[in-house]
Design a binder for this molecule. Structure first.
Ligand code: SF4
Length: 454
């Protein structure tokens, strides 16, 4: 990302990536000295009611004209039809799409969403599904705990809340597992018309640009200010549309690298744009650094406005932590099935932790720096203990390496294969396992990484 650069060790990087909810979901920030935080300088706020009205109107008019046709937008709000009997069918639409969209692109989500809604159109249907079915449908979407918690929450609504979804952001967040502040706000505003704001990665970018907020946008103090701003701006009569419009603007116009400011429906309210146009010094006093010494929302003095970046000076985030590096030896055990087609042995991962409950080829995490020969021996020992008969390290054929990036792990799979003549008897006390054809493998709850391995 050319416009992103770590300004200094431990410094900030400019603009943003994929829209995800901010790390902090709730709570209030404190002033550096503790106690009640001081109100932010006026330059970073929306204080003029007439401007707020104009911004709402401009944004909603643009949304009505330009919004993308997405499957979850074809549904009407529950309140619009006043039919509580439809709640079980309607609510999961927004809920499911919002959970799937966390950390995931819209284009990827659409197919998963359609298949999910076809299979489990109601809360009751989802509550009755098995975790295996959920994992199978979720396979390839990543962040697998999302699907699991979505189903747990559906079960809770059906078994503990008499099938009635909570209707306010506060209750949704309090009562449902996996529903954070952002998702609760989205469901409450879009499905139930509650006038409550939402803050995800797209909204962060838009708001930081609208009000020249250049402090670390993942810091609790800034996140709290952005939530306050989103709650103040949200349109009282069309909160769901307003929130979707703000997110849509961030996703399609106010994008991270090359925002389309000329087409932006709220450009006249945008202080980053004005600062870019007028440069420095500016004829518009309030678009300078806000003039308050040590302002907690301005860019830090050591990392000031860079005119070559224009509006992409905002937002800024603390430099990302480097992902952990991990290596895993994995073995594709293969035999001829009864019709001569190859079959592969897969085992199920533990029910908690990374890729919980998913299926994979027998695998062994490796110590860093292990020589290839030692890797092979360690894997042979692991397979031997697991299968209960001798496995010769030399029989393991090295195939290659597969790299897969998880959000916080840079994972390398060192892939071996081992053809087998007959069946193997596995210790039933160990992980569940089964033989599958290639077709069954792809239909199983396996991760994208394992598909790459095959
Ligand atoms: Fe974003 Fe440009 Fe619109 Fe400002 S004018 S909100 S920077 S697209």
């Amino acid at each position: 990302m050319s416009q992103l650069r770590a300004v200094a060790a431990g410094g900030l990087r400019r603009s943003g990536g994929r829209a995800g909810p901010p790390a902090r979901q709730s709570g209030k920030g404190a002033s550096p000295r503790g106690g009640t935080p001081a109100p932010p300088p006026a330059a970073h706020l929306f204080r003029d009611p007439a401007e707020i009205e104009a911004l709402r109107g401009n944004l909603l008019a643009w949304y009505d004209r330009c919004k993308r046709e997405l499957p979850w937008r074809t549904l009407v709000r529950v309140g619009d039809i006043g039919a509580s009997a439809l709640i079980p069918a309607l609510l999961p639409a927004v809920w499911v799409s919002e959970i799937m969209l966390q950390q995931t692109q819209v284009a990827t989500v659409i197919d998963y969403y359609n298949r999910w809604m076809q299979k489990w159109p109601t809360l009751q249907a989802l509550a009755q599904a098995s975790l295996e079915e959920v994992n199978e449908l979720w396979a390839g979407l990543g962040y697998y705990s999302r699907g699991k918690r979505l189903q747990e929450a559906a079960r809770k609504v059906v078994s503990e809340l008499a099938g009635r979804m909570p209707r306010t952001a506060e209750d949704l967040q309090k009562l449902l597992p996996g529903v954070g502040r952002y998702t609760a706000g989205a469901i409450a505003s879009i499905s139930y018309g509650q006038a409550t704001g939402v803050v995800d990665g797209n909204v962060i970018r838009v708001l930081c640009r609208l009000r020249c907020i250049g402090a670390d946008s993942s810091s609790p103090a800034v996140v709290d200010r952005l939530w306050d701003m989103a709650n103040a701006l949200v349109d009282r009569s069309r909160p769901g549309d307003f929130n979707q419009a703000l997110m849509e603007l961030g996703a399609t116009v106010c994008v991270p690298k090359a925002p389309l400011c000329g087409e932006c429906p709220v450009k006249q309210h945008c202080r980053a744009q004005r600062r870019k146009l007028f440069g420095k010094p500016t004829p518009v006093p309030d678009v300078e650094d806000c003039g308050v010494g040590g302002c907690p929302l301005c860019p830090p003095a050591a990392e000031p406005w860079d005119s070559s970046l224009g509006v992409t000076n905002f937002p800024r985030k603390a430099a990302k932590k480097q992902p952990r590096v991990a290596r895993t030896a994995t073995c594709v055990l293969e035999r001829r099935g009864c019709h001569g087609a190859p079959e592969y042995l897969i085992v199920q991962r533990p029910s908690s932790g990374l890729l919980a409950g998913l299926w994979e080829f027998p695998s062994l995490p490796l110590a860093q720096g292990l020589q290839e020969e030692k890797q092979r021996e360690a894997l042979a020992d692991h397979l031997q203990a697991w299968m209960g008969w001798p496995v010769v390290a030399g029989d393991l054929r090295f195939i290659g390496e597969v790299i897969h990036i998880f959000s916080h792990i840079h994972q390398t799979y060192v892939v071996y294969s081992l053809p087998l003549d007959g069946d193997v008897t596995l210790d039933p006390a160990l992980s569940p396992s089964r033989w599958v054809t290639a077709e069954e493998f792809h239909a199983s709850a396996v991760s994208t990484a394992m598909k790459k391995v095959l």
